[in-house]
Write a protein that binds this ligand. Structure first.
Ligand code: OAD
Length: 234
Protein backbone atom coordinates (compact mmCIF):
# COMPACT_ATOMS: atom_id res chain seq x y z
CA UNK A 1 0.00 0.00 0.00
CA UNK A 2 1.28 3.44 -0.91
CA UNK A 3 3.44 5.12 1.73
CA UNK A 4 2.96 8.88 1.92
CA UNK A 5 5.47 11.22 3.57
CA UNK A 6 4.62 14.91 3.94
CA UNK A 7 6.89 17.77 4.96
CA UNK A 8 5.12 20.84 6.33
CA UNK A 9 6.33 24.38 7.00
CA UNK A 10 5.03 27.66 8.35
CA UNK A 11 2.80 28.27 5.30
CA UNK A 12 0.36 25.57 6.41
CA UNK A 13 -0.29 27.47 9.65
CA UNK A 14 -0.48 30.94 8.08
CA UNK A 15 -4.26 30.77 7.74
CA UNK A 16 -4.51 29.80 11.41
CA UNK A 17 -3.11 33.26 12.12
CA UNK A 18 0.50 32.26 12.83
CA UNK A 19 3.10 34.32 11.00
CA UNK A 20 5.52 32.68 8.60
CA UNK A 21 9.24 33.47 8.72
CA UNK A 22 10.19 34.79 5.30
CA UNK A 23 7.00 36.25 3.83
CA UNK A 24 6.71 40.05 3.85
CA UNK A 25 6.49 41.25 7.47
CA UNK A 26 7.29 37.69 8.66
CA UNK A 27 9.02 36.76 11.91
CA UNK A 28 12.52 37.17 10.49
CA UNK A 29 11.68 40.71 9.37
CA UNK A 30 10.74 41.55 12.97
CA UNK A 31 13.48 39.67 14.87
CA UNK A 32 17.14 38.98 14.17
CA UNK A 33 17.70 35.22 13.74
CA UNK A 34 21.05 35.43 15.54
CA UNK A 35 19.38 37.01 18.58
CA UNK A 36 16.38 34.70 19.03
CA UNK A 37 17.11 31.45 17.19
CA UNK A 38 20.73 30.51 17.90
CA UNK A 39 22.47 28.96 20.95
CA UNK A 40 24.75 32.03 21.02
CA UNK A 41 21.77 34.41 21.15
CA UNK A 42 20.33 32.41 24.04
CA UNK A 43 23.64 32.51 25.92
CA UNK A 44 23.81 36.30 25.44
CA UNK A 45 20.23 37.12 26.39
CA UNK A 46 18.07 34.23 27.61
CA UNK A 47 15.31 36.62 28.75
CA UNK A 48 14.90 37.96 25.22
CA UNK A 49 14.82 34.48 23.71
CA UNK A 50 12.32 33.17 26.28
CA UNK A 51 10.20 36.27 25.61
CA UNK A 52 10.15 35.51 21.86
CA UNK A 53 9.12 31.88 22.40
CA UNK A 54 6.67 32.74 25.21
CA UNK A 55 4.84 35.03 22.77
CA UNK A 56 4.83 32.35 20.06
CA UNK A 57 3.68 29.72 22.59
CA UNK A 58 0.77 31.95 23.65
CA UNK A 59 -0.24 32.54 20.01
CA UNK A 60 -0.01 28.84 19.19
CA UNK A 61 -2.07 27.93 22.26
CA UNK A 62 -4.86 30.20 20.99
CA UNK A 63 -4.62 29.04 17.36
CA UNK A 64 -6.87 26.45 15.80
CA UNK A 65 -6.12 24.15 12.89
CA UNK A 66 -7.31 25.23 9.44
CA UNK A 67 -8.75 23.03 6.66
CA UNK A 68 -5.23 22.08 5.50
CA UNK A 69 -4.30 20.57 8.89
CA UNK A 70 -7.72 18.91 9.04
CA UNK A 71 -7.28 17.40 5.57
CA UNK A 72 -3.90 15.86 6.51
CA UNK A 73 -5.44 14.32 9.65
CA UNK A 74 -8.23 12.90 7.47
CA UNK A 75 -5.63 11.51 5.05
CA UNK A 76 -3.91 9.68 7.91
CA UNK A 77 -7.22 8.31 9.19
CA UNK A 78 -8.59 7.18 5.83
CA UNK A 79 -5.60 6.24 3.66
CA UNK A 80 -5.04 2.48 3.67
CA UNK A 81 -1.25 2.82 3.65
CA UNK A 82 1.06 4.69 6.00
CA UNK A 83 1.04 8.48 6.30
CA UNK A 84 3.87 10.28 8.09
CA UNK A 85 4.10 14.02 8.68
CA UNK A 86 7.52 15.56 9.14
CA UNK A 87 6.97 19.10 10.31
CA UNK A 88 9.29 22.04 10.74
CA UNK A 89 6.52 23.75 12.69
CA UNK A 90 6.66 24.02 16.46
CA UNK A 91 3.00 25.04 16.89
CA UNK A 92 1.33 21.67 17.59
CA UNK A 93 -1.53 22.31 15.13
CA UNK A 94 -1.16 18.95 13.39
CA UNK A 95 -1.85 17.14 16.65
CA UNK A 96 -4.72 19.51 17.46
CA UNK A 97 -6.23 18.53 14.09
CA UNK A 98 -5.91 14.84 14.97
CA UNK A 99 -2.71 13.74 13.18
CA UNK A 100 -0.86 11.07 15.17
CA UNK A 101 2.20 10.20 13.11
CA UNK A 102 4.14 13.46 13.37
CA UNK A 103 7.90 13.96 13.58
CA UNK A 104 8.81 17.39 14.95
CA UNK A 105 12.16 17.96 13.31
CA UNK A 106 12.50 21.48 14.81
CA UNK A 107 11.08 20.61 18.25
CA UNK A 108 7.91 21.97 19.84
CA UNK A 109 6.87 25.11 21.71
CA UNK A 110 5.09 22.78 24.11
CA UNK A 111 8.41 21.29 25.22
CA UNK A 112 11.07 22.43 27.70
CA UNK A 113 14.64 21.14 27.76
CA UNK A 114 17.36 21.34 30.43
CA UNK A 115 20.71 22.38 28.96
CA UNK A 116 22.49 20.91 31.98
CA UNK A 117 21.09 17.36 32.16
CA UNK A 118 19.06 16.96 28.92
CA UNK A 119 15.79 16.27 30.73
CA UNK A 120 12.58 17.17 28.84
CA UNK A 121 9.17 18.12 30.21
CA UNK A 122 6.01 19.95 29.23
CA UNK A 123 6.75 23.68 28.97
CA UNK A 124 4.65 26.06 31.06
CA UNK A 125 2.98 28.80 29.02
CA UNK A 126 5.57 31.29 30.28
CA UNK A 127 9.21 30.18 30.66
CA UNK A 128 11.97 32.23 32.27
CA UNK A 129 15.77 31.88 32.62
CA UNK A 130 15.34 31.31 36.38
CA UNK A 131 13.12 28.23 35.99
CA UNK A 132 14.83 25.27 37.68
CA UNK A 133 14.93 21.93 35.87
CA UNK A 134 12.47 19.58 37.60
CA UNK A 135 15.05 16.81 37.41
CA UNK A 136 18.44 18.35 38.34
CA UNK A 137 17.38 21.77 39.70
CA UNK A 138 19.72 23.78 37.46
CA UNK A 139 18.38 27.08 36.11
CA UNK A 140 19.37 26.21 32.55
CA UNK A 141 16.03 25.55 30.94
CA UNK A 142 15.28 26.42 27.33
CA UNK A 143 12.48 25.89 24.86
CA UNK A 144 12.79 22.44 23.26
CA UNK A 145 13.15 23.87 19.79
CA UNK A 146 16.00 23.45 17.32
CA UNK A 147 17.99 26.60 16.62
CA UNK A 148 20.26 27.52 13.73
CA UNK A 149 23.58 25.75 14.21
CA UNK A 150 21.90 22.76 15.91
CA UNK A 151 20.94 19.39 14.45
CA UNK A 152 17.28 18.74 13.60
CA UNK A 153 15.59 15.96 15.54
CA UNK A 154 14.80 12.45 14.22
CA UNK A 155 17.36 12.30 11.36
CA UNK A 156 17.33 8.49 11.16
CA UNK A 157 13.55 8.10 11.06
CA UNK A 158 13.36 10.92 8.52
CA UNK A 159 15.94 9.40 6.22
CA UNK A 160 14.28 6.01 6.41
CA UNK A 161 10.85 7.50 5.68
CA UNK A 162 12.14 9.44 2.66
CA UNK A 163 13.79 6.30 1.30
CA UNK A 164 10.57 4.29 1.63
CA UNK A 165 8.13 6.95 0.40
CA UNK A 166 6.03 6.27 -2.69
CA UNK A 167 4.61 9.78 -2.56
CA UNK A 168 6.35 12.79 -1.00
CA UNK A 169 4.71 16.21 -0.60
CA UNK A 170 6.10 19.48 0.73
CA UNK A 171 3.46 21.94 1.94
CA UNK A 172 3.93 25.59 2.89
CA UNK A 173 7.69 25.69 3.07
CA UNK A 174 10.06 28.05 1.28
CA UNK A 175 12.78 25.45 0.66
CA UNK A 176 15.46 27.68 2.13
CA UNK A 177 16.43 25.81 5.29
CA UNK A 178 18.41 22.58 5.18
CA UNK A 179 18.15 19.68 5.64
CA UNK A 180 14.38 19.96 5.02
CA UNK A 181 15.01 21.84 1.76
CA UNK A 182 16.69 18.72 0.33
CA UNK A 183 13.92 16.24 1.23
CA UNK A 184 12.18 16.61 -2.15
CA UNK A 185 15.36 15.79 -4.00
CA UNK A 186 16.18 12.89 -1.66
CA UNK A 187 12.71 11.35 -1.94
CA UNK A 188 12.69 11.78 -5.73
CA UNK A 189 16.10 10.11 -6.09
CA UNK A 190 14.81 7.21 -3.99
CA UNK A 191 11.84 6.73 -6.31
CA UNK A 192 8.98 8.77 -4.83
CA UNK A 193 6.56 10.86 -6.83
CA UNK A 194 7.06 14.38 -5.47
CA UNK A 195 4.50 17.17 -5.14
CA UNK A 196 4.89 20.73 -3.89
CA UNK A 197 1.87 22.60 -2.51
CA UNK A 198 2.67 26.22 -1.77
CA UNK A 199 1.48 29.77 -2.27
CA UNK A 200 4.29 30.36 -4.75
CA UNK A 201 7.10 28.25 -6.23
CA UNK A 202 9.68 27.58 -3.51
CA UNK A 203 13.47 27.63 -3.81
CA UNK A 204 13.30 23.83 -4.20
CA UNK A 205 10.53 23.65 -6.82
CA UNK A 206 12.76 21.95 -9.36
CA UNK A 207 12.86 18.83 -7.17
CA UNK A 208 9.14 18.19 -7.58
CA UNK A 209 7.30 16.37 -10.36
CA UNK A 210 4.20 18.49 -9.66
CA UNK A 211 3.74 21.96 -8.25
CA UNK A 212 0.32 23.13 -7.07
CA UNK A 213 0.01 26.78 -6.20
CA UNK A 214 -2.51 28.43 -3.89
CA UNK A 215 -3.56 28.80 -0.28
CA UNK A 216 -3.02 25.65 1.75
CA UNK A 217 -6.59 25.74 3.09
CA UNK A 218 -7.84 25.34 -0.49
CA UNK A 219 -5.29 23.23 -2.31
CA UNK A 220 -4.49 20.70 0.43
CA UNK A 221 -8.07 19.42 0.95
CA UNK A 222 -8.47 19.06 -2.85
CA UNK A 223 -5.20 17.13 -3.12
CA UNK A 224 -6.19 14.87 -0.19
CA UNK A 225 -9.57 14.17 -1.80
CA UNK A 226 -7.79 13.13 -5.01
CA UNK A 227 -5.44 10.75 -3.21
CA UNK A 228 -8.23 9.17 -1.20
CA UNK A 229 -10.43 8.71 -4.24
CA UNK A 230 -7.52 7.15 -6.18
CA UNK A 231 -6.57 4.80 -3.35
CA UNK A 232 -10.18 3.68 -2.90
CA UNK A 233 -10.28 3.02 -6.65
CA UNK A 234 -13.04 5.60 -7.06
P1 OAD B 1 9.04 30.24 5.50
O1 OAD B 1 8.48 31.46 6.14
O2 OAD B 1 10.47 30.28 5.07
O3 OAD B 1 8.18 29.87 4.21
C1 OAD B 1 6.80 29.79 4.25
C2 OAD B 1 6.30 29.38 2.87
O4 OAD B 1 4.89 29.23 2.96
C3 OAD B 1 6.57 30.40 1.77
O5 OAD B 1 7.11 29.74 0.62
C4 OAD B 1 5.21 31.00 1.47
O6 OAD B 1 5.04 31.33 0.10
C5 OAD B 1 4.28 29.86 1.85
N1 OAD B 1 2.94 30.29 2.30
C6 OAD B 1 2.59 31.41 2.96
N2 OAD B 1 1.27 31.44 3.21
C7 OAD B 1 0.76 30.30 2.68
C8 OAD B 1 -0.55 29.74 2.58
N3 OAD B 1 -1.62 30.34 3.11
N4 OAD B 1 -0.68 28.54 1.96
C9 OAD B 1 0.39 27.90 1.42
N5 OAD B 1 1.64 28.38 1.47
C10 OAD B 1 1.83 29.56 2.09
O7 OAD B 1 8.76 29.02 6.51
P2 OAD B 1 9.44 27.58 6.55
O8 OAD B 1 9.77 27.10 5.18
O9 OAD B 1 8.58 26.72 7.39
O10 OAD B 1 13.38 27.18 11.53
O11 OAD B 1 10.77 27.87 7.32
C11 OAD B 1 11.65 26.82 7.59
C12 OAD B 1 12.37 27.06 8.89
O12 OAD B 1 12.98 28.36 8.85
C13 OAD B 1 11.48 27.14 10.12
O13 OAD B 1 11.18 25.87 10.67
C14 OAD B 1 12.28 27.96 11.07
C15 OAD B 1 12.71 29.04 10.11
O14 OAD B 1 13.82 29.75 10.41
C16 OAD B 1 13.98 27.47 12.71
O15 OAD B 1 13.59 28.37 13.45
C17 OAD B 1 15.13 26.60 13.03
Amino acid sequence: MEKIVILTGAGISAESGLGTFRDEGGLWAQHAIEDVATPEGFARNPQLVHGFYNARRAQAADATPNPAHDALARLEAEHKGEVLLITQNVDGLHEKAGSRHVLHMHGELAGALCQACGDRWEAPLVMSPDDPCPSCGTAATRPDVVWFGEFPYHPDKTEEALAEADLFAAIGTSGQVYPAAAFGQMAREMGAHTVELNLEPSAASQDFHECRLGKASLIVPTWVDEILSMSSGG
